[in-house]
Ligand binder design. Sequence first.
Ligand SMILES: [Zn+2]
Ligand SMILES: [Zn+2]
Length: 345
Amino acid sequence: MSHFDRATGAEPRAADAGSESDSHAEPGLRSEPGTEAEPGRESAGDEDDAPDLAAGRRTESRLPPAEAFAALGNDTRVEILEALLELGADDAPVSFSALFERVDLADSANFSYHLDQLAGHFVRRGEEGYEFRYPGRKVVSAIFTGTLTERAQLGFFPVDGGCYDCDGDLHGWYVDDTLTIGCADCGTVHVSYPFPSGGLDDRSAADLPEAFHHYVRHHYCLAADGVCPECTGTVETTLVADPDESALDVAVEHVCTRCRYRLRSTVGLTLLDHAETLVFHANRGVDLNTEPFWAFDWCVSDARTTVVSTDDEPLRVRLALPCGGDELRVVVDETGTVVETTLAE
Ligand SMILES: [Zn+2]
Ligand SMILES: [Zn+2]
């Protein structure tokens, strides 16, 4: 069975998606120090233009998460955020009158009240009108990606390619915001990963696997490069032997030091943007950027992963990647870093 979890302890089944860490469920509603990239914040107490990073952090308008959610718990306020997007607030400030007209509330005092509740944390009020602050823009993105509001399902649909284990046909299904691809014959799950339901819009079942491949691959490559795919915080990567509740002998675990987001995967998956691995495949006519990664057993199982360290040494594993009759052997250390590659032709 292949393992491809994004949260510790979650079995790679679609049904478990709902019980995962909720650290990804509230895009934009965290206002951690340093997350805001906007100069010229107009709030009181912002006189401090000290050049060093710590002093320059803008913490004065942090809103506790419960208050942030409360501020959004009103249809009119959500409508105002949507109206800002529709009226082009990404490009230029939107005037009060244009917003008021768009939201279609009879009472302008009532409208002003709701707008005031958004100002500061979600919306910036300037001389020329209203613009998004970063959290407000993220809320709108989340609404349109479907992560906050919709529940979609998609029954079994055929997926190109064959099972790495038994060569059977692949199929996919979408439940609980998670897309899963597995073997229709032997039942092996090749990949199961949360995918915003907005990604189903405008895509046929035939197009979906390609988008899914890019989305998941980029998340794992970001984490492997030390950047949290959820909050851009710093990610620490470690190899883990005999991980809990996992059929893998060795897994890679990525943990964000800021938001505690966790991703667990096979070791092979961290090689998807490793230069020599890419070149080895490219020279044999395989493009790892576009070829669905679940086609490779070294990527979605640990069948080709061997522990090469002894008990009292830091964990170290070797992967043997076959392609075109040759083999690339890659040694990975306890931090997930490639320390040696050998080509066997
Ligand atoms: Zn199979
Ligand atoms: Zn994070």
